[in-house]
Design a protein around this ligand. Sequence first.
Ligand SMILES: [Zn+2]
Length: 356
Amino acid sequence: MKRRIPSLVAALAALPVAVLPVAAPASAAHAAPDRPVQAAPARPAAAAPEERPVIAVLVGFTDKRFADPAAERAKARDAFFGSGSSVATYFKTVSGGRVTFPSARGRVVGPWNLDMPASCDHKRMASLVEARMKAQGLDPARYRHVSILFPAGGCGWAGLATVNGRTSWMPKGYSTAGLIHEIGHNLGLGHEATRACPTGKLTGCADAGYRGKTSVMGGGGPHVGLSAPALVRLGWHTAAERVVPTRTGTHEITPLYGAGRRFLDIAIPGSADRLVVEYRRRGQAPDVDVAQGVIAYLVPGGKYEKALQIDPTPETTEKGSTALPWGGAFRDRGITVKVLGWDAKGARVWVKLPTS
Ligand SMILES: [Zn+2]
């Protein structure tokens, strides 16, 4: 199946104000509210996991129902809690065990028949589902995620979710990849787009859609982890794993989902912008299907959830063509980042800072 998540999947501004679904074409900016979101503090992996209870509600319309409700419930249980590709396994792996979606505290209910004809009116679905939950004594606040699964399609989106919220909407035929992506929005992540930049610099860059595909939030699918900026946004790293260079020198970093010094987070003097550099290695979960190489991101204003992947080789446009080549370098506002090489254990990156 083709993976076209960002071009199909819309996101909403955070509830309760101005809920505006966005068609999210490949070139569109994300609809996340433009308010500053601080990176979460680094969290040690050994801390007690944060449990995120889910309620998945199958609904029916006055004129449209699921043909096989039992199969839909089983699909939902698998998509959220299954031992294969699921929300639970994905986020447990990418968070290093910091969050869990425990099946014992989650539930799949329904179908609940809503008093509305089949449509894509997500707001109406949400208000009817919330009323029904309350009527049944189910406190919506007890759940970190409320996912509404409905038996209609043709909405122009393969899933919808509130950013930094708890609600998601999945139409008929939704995929596990799409569900993981929407839960990523609930967690506060936006879409991760790529900018193609002229070789060696970060000025004069152009929109390159979702070419990088190094994140489930950037069209990478469920067999690719989150990027380093997303991990910073969520606090899913330790302080030692996030290397903040303070002087010019060579840094060795492990693959992003390895153990050790996992990525570089470089402050750009005179602005709140940052450069994040990671090394992605294909093979091990969650990066089973990632395109291998050293990847750089520009983090505008220090808003990690809005990181832009840099494609320093605009002449190549296929998936996985965004890595910095061996010996490749770029310069931005007095900072130079150069890839010295890599092997199975890690990558060597030279960072020149303007102040040293
Ligand atoms: Zn999305």
